[in-house]
Unconditional design. Structure first.
Length: 445
């Protein structure tokens, strides 16, 4: 229920902000617990895993971001589709949700089977530089475990995307928070027993996937998923979801190649020990990015709702405030992190990780770009400006990959954030500042 008059534009604007704030608070709780889980998992596991095994765990865990494109963009397309139909017809909304989840379920089964085959037959000894050959069986087992969990996550993330489209992301964030709490408890138990990487994956990733999957039963309870309409809904929704999903799919591939593959590039060229250094510094600056990701994430559905209604004043004002607050806030936290990174990392890793100052500075600068870029992306996604994002990411990849692969051999690990910053500035300036500027203006004015 809303306390605002939804028949007026001002009332709808207030309602969007109310839902965004509610989702932001729940997201803050979820992200805070997620960051606590990250800190705890590092502190608990680094002493007994050692730098190399910890690097392996971080490499496999990073595959969640790397392989996120395997949902073929359907999850993101489903968010926009739900946001657009929620204001028109509840019956149509039911068909969208039913068809979308059914398609994601079939996709999960197919992707899971393919990943299991790959994990079981991958020559890990040639893919990762590991000094101890006895670790390869553990790596293989962890790869198989990850394949199963990732396949299930395609469905669970789809459920989260639906609640985002309904402007009820706070519900999914509460479930995520519960998953983090359970994950932390299980990680502590696993560390006490010096568990293998496989069991750590089950504890941390598995608990979150399992809890988020329970969102499905809320949709069933509400009557928003009807199994008897399954095949009809699949046929009706497949065209839209695959058509729009294709653009998000290309965008996700670009994100995976441009950003998500960093750990794999480092581990295959310099070694998994350097992944541990990079992962710690990268996670350090999540404290500057996450608060504003929390603030901006609910705006995706709000932008989509305003776009459907043609309420551009809301879009303009919200984007301006979002970008300004994100830039000022992220910059302040980044400066603090750079000034005090040495004692923070020493305490966090029990002195096992020493990070070079230049790496920290470059990762901090990139954190500012990433946070602001994420705020801008919520506007682009919500207003349907996806094709232009694909162009920007494609140009980014064409620049950043050669830079990373060539510089990492000569200047080491600092090549990763340096190449990312240079390529990101050039690609986004060319696309959004020149090539697609009229498309952006149409959404704002």
């Amino acid at each position: 229920m809303s306390s605002f008059d939804l028949s007026s534009e001002e009332g709808r604007n207030s309602e969007r902000y109310r839902k965004a704030v509610l989702s932001g608070v729940a997201n803050a709780l979820s992200r805070a617990l997620g960051l606590m889980l990250m800190i705890i998992s590092v502190s608990l596991t680094m002493p007994y895993l050692g730098v190399e095994r910890f690097g392996i765990w971080m490499t496999i865990s990073s595959l969640v971001a790397v392989l996120s494109f395997l949902d073929l963009g359907i999850g993101n397309a489903l968010t926009n589709r739900v946001a657009q139909t929620a204001i028109r017809s509840q019956y149509e909304l039911q068909e969208v949700i039913t068809g979308g989840l059914a398609i994601l379920t079939l996709l999960s089964i197919g992707i899971g089977g393919a990943l299991l085959i790959i994990a079981a037959n991958t020559p890990w000894e040639t893919l990762l530089k590991v000094s101890d050959p006895s670790l390869f069986p553990e790596i293989k087992a962890a790869g198989i475990c990850f394949s199963i969990l990732f396949a299930i996550s395609i469905f669970s993330v789809g459920c989260q995307k639906i609640f985002l489209g309904l402007q009820q992301a706070y519900i999914s964030h509460i479930f995520s928070a519960i998953g983090c709490i359970i994950g932390g408890i299980l990680c502590w138990i696993a560390a006490r027993n010096q568990a293998s990487i496989t069991w750590l994956l089950m504890a941390v990733l598995g608990s979150q996937v399992a809890i988020n999957s329970l969102l499905f039963f809320i949709l069933v309870y509400r009557g928003q998923f009807k199994a008897q309409h399954l095949f009809k809904c699949i046929r009706q929704e497949s065209h839209y979801l695959f058509h729009i999903g294709l653009l998000f799919f290309l965008l996700q591939i670009g994100t995976m190649v441009g950003w998500g593959a960093d750990s794999l590039i480092i581990s295959s060229t310099i070694g998994v020990a350097e992944v541990a250094v990079f992962a710690i510094v990268q996670r350090l600056f999540q404290f500057s990015i996450q608060p504003f990701a929390i603030m901006n994430a609910p705006l995706w559905a709000a932008y989509a709702d305003a776009e459907v209604r043609g309420e551009k004043r809301f879009i303009r004002n919200t984007l301006k405030k979002s970008l300004l607050l994100t830039f000022i806030g992220t910059s302040a936290i980044v400066v603090f992190m750079i000034l005090f990174y040495t004692p923070i990392i020493q305490v966090w890793t029990h002195g096992n990780i020493v990070a070079p100052l230049l790496l920290v500075i470059l990762c901090g600068i990139w954190a500012i770009f990433e946070a602001c870029g994420s705020a801008f992306a919520m506007f682009l996604n919500g207003t349907g400006v996806v094709r232009q994002q694909v162009i920007a990411v494609t140009l980014f990849i064409l620049i950043v990959l050669p830079l990373k692969l060539s510089l990492v051999h000569s200047i080491g690990i600092i090549a990763i954030p340096l190449a990312t910053i240079v390529a990101y500035i050039f690609a986004n300036t060319c696309v959004y500042g020149m090539l697609c500027i009229k498309d952006i203006q149409k959404k704002l004015f």
